[in-house]
Each structure stands twice: as structure tokens, then as C-alpha cells.
Design a protein around this ligand. Structure first.
Ligand code: ABU
Length: 368
């Protein structure tokens, strides 16, 4: 299905003329992708310790006063849908099949074990599902509001499964209060009482996987992932510790093509870059632009502008508001498709976050 501006589900019978699920990396030719939606988005209360940890990890408790909760402002949703429609159209023009989540109202409340929340959004399909080769792995988010989020993708996942893809889910997390701590400086941290991590803590480089330990992914989650991927192929997981305590890995590292990586100079240097990149060429990301439209309660750091989506090893969707990055990439022989995502920081998702690549051409390669 290739309608960019509507939310539809393809019939379950539309599967299986090609491998339904095949994605081992972040840069080989993209064939099929799920693009999120801001429709139905809502923000959890900052009183919720999991929302504090994963939405505002840089703020202390007394700095949370005035943080928004409930349905996201209609203008933000509307403008984001316009921008996502432009992204879908650009991907389709590049011959990528685009799919969308089913509609969902995330402001509806639900009960977990000993806590109550409402949902968040279907904006970032990258966050909660790790595609590893032919397998979809639903990951145990530490954010209570995201407990049911993937339901809006299940019709698609059922179709991919029907077409031959494998479909796994991590143990359902309990998300009890003891999973959330506050450190000596007054900032929240993720404890180790159960496996909790988001798929966006992981980058895929063929056989190698990078796992960032942070507020959205703990050591127990790393252990669970290790114990699971050994059944799926000969994968090797390299942990990143002490690099970025906030959330996801994809505002720190962007894979451009085999042997070429974009790194965040505020979080990494030549001595702390993952060993995997020892023989690679590094592009240090230019400083991100100041964003006059964002206030204190954005869901992401300014480095979200390096959160790009590779369509092929020489073609990328990149933040149009980061011209110095566009130029750097072009000098490396990458054709850029500049697109604006006006509320990316407000909603906590750039082009990598709002996309989940289901099919790429690459296989289980060794890119070391
Ligand atoms: N979802 C990506 C957010 C990462 C960051 O805040 O830098």
C-alpha cells in the first residue's frame, strides 16, 4: 500500500511474494518501511516516574512543573501529519513501499500491575520493535505509557508473520516503582529489577549490533537480547556504556554506509567510539541548529537533527534545518533529500525514529 496521507491496513492476504521481513542494517537499499503517525498522540503525566525518566531525563523533579500531559496540541499533530505525508511521498518516489500504523487514541487510560496510565503515540515505530533479519522483536519499553503502543502495528505484524517473518516479544515488563531510581544529582535513572529496553537503543550493522545502556535500556535488557539473538544467527552485541544517559542511540551514531559513520562529537571522541568503527571513516556531525520553536519540555536533545534515514548507501532523508550536515554528507557522495519535521524535538522523533525499516537488501554481513 502506498497512500502517504491516510492510515490504512493492508489486507492480511497481501503478503509473501518477496521475503516479508528482511533487515540487517541501517543503510542498504530500503524496500519497505513503516512510517509513524502523530494522530491520537498524548503525553503521560510527568508525575509518572517512567515518563520523567524517558521523556525528560535531563530535568530534575522540581523542573518538571508545567510539563504538558494529555492529548498533544492539535496544531502540532496537524503540522506533523503534513510533514510525515511529505516524507511518505519522498520515500514512494524513491520506490520504497510505505506502510502506516492503524489509528489509535492513546489518551484512553489503562491499568498496569499497581499503576495506571494512558498511552503515548504511534509516532515512533522504531522505538519498540527491533527488526533483526527476518524477525520482528517487540521490546519491553520502560515507559508505562507505551505498554500497549505496539497494538497499532499488530495487524501489519500479523501480515508479515503470515508472509514468513518471525515475530517475537520480550517478557512483558511489570514496570513497578523499583525500576525507577533518582541519583545523587537528582536525575532519574533506570534500575535493574527486570529487563527493560527499547529497540531504538540498538543499531544494526549486519552481524554486529550496538546496544546503548541508558535510561531507556538497562543491563538486564542487554542480557535478555543477547540470550535471544543467539538463537537467530551469529550476532555480536557491543554495549555502549557511559556515552549518553538519556535515551536512544540514534542521536549519537548514524550509519551511512559500510565503512562510513556519522558520530556525535558531544558524546563520543576517537578514543570512546565503538571498537566496531576502528577501520571506518568517521564524519563528525556539525553542531545542530538552535530551534527557536522548542521550549523546556521537548522529548529529545538538539542532536535529534542527526537522526537521519538512509534509503541507500548514497541516498538519505535528512533534516532540512541542519544545512551544515547536508553539506557534509553531500561532500561524502551522499545525495540528500532535505525534509522538515517541524515538531521533531517536541515529539521526540526524527527520521530514523519515525521509521521502521521492514525490508532492506542487505544480509547478515560482516562489516568490520
Ligand atoms: N528518540 C531519540 C531521542 C534521542 C535524544 O534525545 O537525543
Amino acid at each position: 500500500m502506498t497512500e502517504p496521507s491516510t492510515l490504512t491496513q493492508a489486507p492480511a492476504t497481501a503478503a509473501a511474494t518477496v521475503a516479508a521481513v528482511n533487515s540487517y542494517d541501517e543503510f542498504t537499499r530500503l524496500r519497505e518501511v513503516i512510517i509513524g503517525t502523530a494522530v491520537g498522540a498524548a503525553l503521560p503525566s510527568p508525575e509518572d516516574p517512567s515518563a520523567w525518566l524517558n521523556l525528560y531525563p535531563d530535568l530534575r523533579r522540581d523542573e518538571l512543573a508545567g510539563a504538558p500531559s494529555g492529548p498533544v496540541d492539535a496544531r502540532v499533530v496537524e503540522e506533523t501529519e503534513e510533514d510525515l505525508a511529505g516524507l511518505c511521498a519522498a520515500l514512494e518516489l524513491a520506490d520504497v513501499v510505505v506502510r502506516r500504523p492503524a489509528p489509535a487514541d492513546h489518551s484512553v487510560a489503562f491499568d498496569g500491575p499497581g499503576w495506571r496510565s494512558h498511552g503515548m503515540y504511534s509516532y515512533c515505530p522504531r522505538d519498540l520493535t527491533l527488526v533483526l533479519g527476518d524477525t520482528l522483536i517487540e521490546t519491553p519499553s520502560p515507559t508505562r505509557a507505551r505498554w500497549h503502543e505496539n497494538r497499532s502495528l499488530h495487524a501489519l505484524f500479523a501480515e508479515y508473520h503470515h508472509g514468513g517473518g518471525r515475530w517475537l516479544s520480550a517478557p512483558e515488563p511489570q514496570l513497578a516503582d523499583d525500576l525507577y531510581g533518582v541519583d545523587a544529582s537528582g536525575l532519574p535513572f533506570l534500575a535493574e529489577s527486570e529487563p527493560a529496553f527499547e529497540a531504538a537503543n540498538v543499531l544494526r550493522v549486519g552481524r554486529d549490533l550496538l546496544y546503548q545502556v541508558s535510561g531507556s535500556g538497562n543491563e538486564a535488557g542487554l542480557r535478555w537480547l543477547r540470550s535471544t539473538v543467539e538463537h537467530l544467527g551469529s550476532f555480536h552485541i557491543e554495549p555502549l556504556r557511559g556515552v549518553y544517559a538519556g535515551t536512544h542511540i540514534d542521536s549519537t551514531i548514524a550509519l551511512l554506509r559500510p565503512g562510513l559513520v556519522l558520530l556525535n562529537p558531544a558524546r563520543l571522541d576517537a578514543s570512546t567510539a565503538p571498537a566496531l568503527f576502528a577501520g571506518w571513516d568517521v564524519v563528525w556531525c556539525p553542531a545542530p541548529p538552535a530551534d527557536p520553536a522548542t521550549g523546556p519540555f521537548t522529548l529529545s536533545s538538539p542532536w535529534l537533527s542527526m537522526n537521519l534515514l538512509m534509503i541507500d548507501t548514497d541516498l538519505a532523508v535528512v533534516d532540512a534545518d541542519h544545512p551544515s550536515l547536508l553539506r557534509v554528507l553531500e561532500r561524502r557522495g551522499i545525495t540528500v533529500i532535505p525534509i522538515r519535521l517541524r515538531h521533531a524535538r517536541t515529539l521526540g522523533g526524527g527520521f530514523h525514529c519515525v521509521s521502521l525499516d521492514v525490508r532492506r537488501d542487505g544480509g547478515l554481513e560482516d562489516y568490520r
